[in-house]
Design a protein around this ligand. Structure first.
Ligand code: UDP
Ligand code: MG
Length: 312
């Protein structure tokens, strides 16, 4: 029988662990597969680890990795990918926003031979501003990057062993999973579900962290922002030359009528602004190079009952 691994990152989710476990088991018992449930405790400050350990003691299909501190969901996903042993893995949140009832559908897709089965959610119940901004963001990112991302397609997905191994080949430190999932290619099936609002605990996303995540997405997948700076420079230079020619003509016709203060201050501010933005863009890339060259591990494991997956 094939082995299915469920990967569940958890950060401060003590009130959700036992209910997600129950729901998962209910679904998993109904399908003809062996299964393991791998909880990745991302340095929670509440009783999450205790809840997980309690389950692991009772059930030997419950595996866990616990980080030394909070390393972020991307790190948790990577840790999970490295340690699942399944023929396929299903990645899902621990806050019950990813309905386990979809698992059987995902497995059907897997049996049909798809390497990724993605659950796509509607945005009902989300704040209007967030819905609007994400719609805009996906248009933007799809138009400037080479990967194809779809609004509503999150991390909730089944990935085959081949897809897992492909993801593990991507060794970058700064991981933007949504993009990586798309970058590896392979056949993909999408299933839709209705948005579920969070029951216990609270979302870890603030508005600022969403914006930063958005910038990460754009910058980790291409160098077009640099090209945009380059073109902006050209446009500004062209406009300046035109203005100089115009002023020169005016002076030759009418003599010097120095417009003075206003033009000077406008030029300084506009140019200063453009330069600062360009420097910022450059800085983002340099910062990333700096981080990548350090080759630090994405996470440190405190305790765990699974070893790193080894193909041999
Ligand atoms: N999560 C994590 N590390 C973090 C933040 C979140 O492992 O630093 C987990 C969290 O426990 C949950 C999932 O990632 O299982 C999604 O988090 P959240 O519900 O806050 O995000 P949202 O659903 O609002 O996108
Ligand atoms: Mg959530």
């Amino acid at each position: 029988m094939k082995l299915i691994s469920i990967m569940v990152p958890a950060y401060n989710e003590q009130e959700n662990i036992s209910s997600i476990h129950e729901e998962l088991v209910q679904e998993l018992e109904a399908v003809p597969y062996r299964y393991e449930i791998l909880f990745i405790n991302d340095g929670s400050r509440d009783g999450t680890l205790k809840e997980i350990l309690k389950l692991a003691e009772q059930y030997n299909y419950v595996k866990y990795i616990s980080f030394t501190r909070n390393f972020g969901k991307e790190a948790a996903i990577l840790a999970g990918l490295k340690r699942v042993r399944g023929d396929a893995a299903i990645l899902m949140d621990s806050d019950l926003q990813h309905p386990p009832i979809l698992i059987s559908k995902m497995l059907q897709g897997f049996e049909e031979g798809y390497h990724q089965v993605v659950a796509k959610r509607t945005r009902t119940g989300d704040p209007k501003v967030r819905t609007f901004l994400s719609g805009f963001y996906y248009k933007l990112i799809n138009s400037i990057t080479d990967v194809d991302l779809a609004d509503g397609e999150g991390d909730f997905r089944l990935i085959s062993r081949k897809a897992i191994d492909s993801l593990l080949l991507l060794s970058e430190n700064n991981r933007f999973s949504k993009g990586l999932f798309s970058w590896i290619g392979l056949s993909k099936m999408t299933i839709c579900y209705d948005n579920v609002l969070r029951e216990g605990g609270s979302s870890k996303w603030s508005f600022a962290s969403l914006i930063n995540y958005g910038i990460d997405g754009i910058i980790s997948f291409n160098t077009k922002p640099l090209r945009i700076c380059f073109y902006t420079g050209f446009i500004v230079l062209f406009l300046s030359l035109a203005y100089i020619a115009y002023t020169f003509y005016e002076i030759s016709q009418r003599g010097v009528t120095a417009p003075g203060y206003f033009t000077t201050i406008t030029a300084i501010l506009v140019l200063g602004g453009i330069q600062l933005i360009s420097l910022g863009v450059l800085g983002e890339y340099i910062g990333r190079i700096y981080n990548e060259t350090k080759r630090r591990p994405n996470f440190l494991v405190d305790i765990s009952n699974v070893d790193e997956y080894d193909e041999s």
